[in-house]
Design a protein around this ligand. Structure first.
Ligand SMILES: CC(C)(COP(=O)(O)OP(=O)(O)OC[C@H]1O[C@@H](n2cnc3c(N)ncnc32)[C@H](O)[C@@H]1OP(=O)(O)O)[C@@H](O)C(=O)NCCC(=O)NCCS
Length: 157
């Protein structure tokens, strides 16, 4: 497994890979396209980071993270996705450790991740709990009447 900065040529594959997990709605895939376009156009100059994980020479996943504006070194992990057939094999854990180590090296204090409360996202919530994150808040009905935002947090120092 090798982690490298995401390049514009990755975009099509990252969108396909993300769609292929079956976890994201079409509007979320559209949002990801915009996120990656903005990243390559400007956001990479604002301490936003996108990293791609190559597994046996093929793209296996990616992560996107950035400092949270107007905070003392809080960071947000906005996206972390592993290709469906590679899930459950330690790729996500390796990617997440890379993200945490990088943020720590930049002076990051706390890392926040937001996810959905639906049963569909139970494996994702288990993943964060296993990796030392705690639930720090639940914002009721954030995504829809039946779907709360669950906010996880981990101290990095
Ligand atoms: C969430 C995700 C990134 C995790 O990556 P992964 O490669 O599947 O996870 P790993 O194999 O590295 O597992 C790491 C740990 O989480 C645990 N875990 C992973 N999937 C789990 C599941 N379905 N149920 C319970 N625990 C799980 C593993 O047991 C492992 O624990 P350990 O460190 O004690 O051994 C990946 O499954 C994914 O892309 N899911 C779909 C997209 C998504 O939900 N992204 C996050 C929201 S943006």
């Amino acid at each position: 497994m090798l982690t490298r900065p995401t390049i514009p040529n990755d975009t099509t594959l990252l969108l396909t890979l993300t769609q292929g997990t079956g976890m994201f709605k079409p509007i979320e895939i559209d949002a990801l396209r915009e996120v990656l376009e903005d990243y390559h156009a400007i956001e990479h100059t604002h301490r936003h980071f996108a990293i791609t994980m190559d597994v046996d020479g093929v793209i296996g996943g990616f992560a996107y993270y950035a400092p949270t504006p107007m905070t003392d070194n809080s960071w947000h992990l906005y996206w972390i996705v592993v290709e469906r057939s590679l899930q459950g094999k330690g790729v996500g854990a390796t990617l997440l450790k890379h993200v945490e180590d990088h943020i720590r090296s930049l002076g990051g204090r706390v890392l926040f991740v937001e996810t959905s409360s639906t049963p569909h996202y139970e494996p994702t919530r288990q993943f964060y709990l296993k990796k030392g994150y705690e639930i720090t808040g639940v914002i009721k009905q954030f995504y829809s009447d039946e779907d709360d935002m669950v906010v996880f947090r981990k101290r990095l120092r």
